[in-house]
Design a protein around this ligand. Structure first.
Ligand SMILES: NC(=O)c1ccc[n+]([C@@H]2O[C@H](COP(=O)([O-])OP(=O)(O)OC[C@H]3O[C@@H](n4cnc5c(N)ncnc54)[C@H](OP(=O)(O)O)[C@@H]3O)[C@@H](O)[C@H]2O)c1
Length: 245
């Protein structure tokens, strides 16, 4: 058995109120991970996850915060540690913002907001969480990217660029903490059903598997990444065969 037992670890999951976040939250609860479920505009789904965890005897909390605000990452990490009895061992930067807009219509404000939520916030979270993880000899950072980082995708120039930035971040950070029991990886899914982010013009027939992905399939892969101490500095695609690399 090489899979790491994650029970009792402390996690911060951003975007817990979304489609993929909900599935990820369920897997973390099942694994016994004490989790702070972070949300922005939709408290219900995150609070429901926290209640499900508590019913299962796993400590949990729902935390509000707009990740466009650069003060929020530090506050979420602090509040998660306070509520769950210890610093964050597992950071899943899953929250994402997508505005479907042609590049010719994209104004400065929209560009800055996407980059702030999708790239700056994950960096600030990792910047603050990683030194403590390295000191304690264990940590996991997982960024939620997108196949759009490779292909350009169909959402927007700001979205594709922000997700590609996460790959650079992964490759910069991972080697700096690799010898300290800390892994840094990114997952790059595409076209996941039951999420608010599934682009309205997406066509499952364009995918080799002929269907959209399921949030549970993303969550299963995320848990496999979190359990594996030898996997680091990688961007893993989960795209129904759309983009072989
Ligand atoms: N669905 C897909 O096809 C797909 C494909 C590739 C990658 N992804 C990535 O997967 C991740 C999860 O998205 P999803 O598919 O689950 O979509 P979703 O259902 O729209 O969820 C998005 C999540 O991000 C949170 N969020 C958005 N803006 C935020 C902000 N300013 N501050 C804090 N949280 C914010 C939302 O919180 P509130 O709702 O509470 O505001 C929600 O929990 C994203 O990073 C997305 O880019 C999704």
């Amino acid at each position: 058995m090489t899979d790491l037992d994650l029970s009792g670890k402390v996690a911060l999951l951003t975007g817990a109120s979304g489609g993929i976040g909900r599935a990820l939250g369920g897997r973390l609860i099942a694994a016994g991970v004490k989790t702070a479920f972070a949300y922005s505009a939709h408290p219900d789904a995150a609070e429901q996850l926290a209640a499900e965890a508590q019913d299962a005897g796993v400590a949990a909390v729902a935390l509000a915060g707009d990740l466009a605000d650069p003060a929020v990452p530090e506050r979420l990490l602090r509040e998660a540690a306070d509520a769950l009895g210890g610093p964050v061992d597992i950071l899943i930067a899953n929250a994402g913002h997508a505005l479907q807009q042609d590049y010719t219509d994209l104004d400065l404000e929209a560009w800055d907001r996407t980059l702030a939520i999708n790239l700056r916030a994950p960096f600030l979270l990792a910047q603050q969480a990683l030194p403590g993880m390295a000191e304690r000899g264990f940590g996991r950072v997982l960024f939620m990217s997108s196949a759009a980082a490779f292909t350009g995708g169909i959402v927007g120039a700001d979205y594709a660029a922000s997700k590609a930035g996460l790959h650079g971040l992964t490759h910069f950070l991972a080697p700096r903490v690799a010898s300290r029991g800390v892994t840094v990886n990114a997952l790059a899914p595409t076209l996941i059903a039951d999420t608010a982010m599934l682009p309205r013009n997406a066509d499952p027939r364009a995918l080799p598997v002929g269907r959209f992905g399921r949030p549970e399939e993303v969550a299963d892969m995320a848990l496999a990444v979190l359990r594996n101490g030898y996997l680091t500095n990688q961007v893993l695609s989960l795209d129904g065969g759309a983009h072989p690399r």
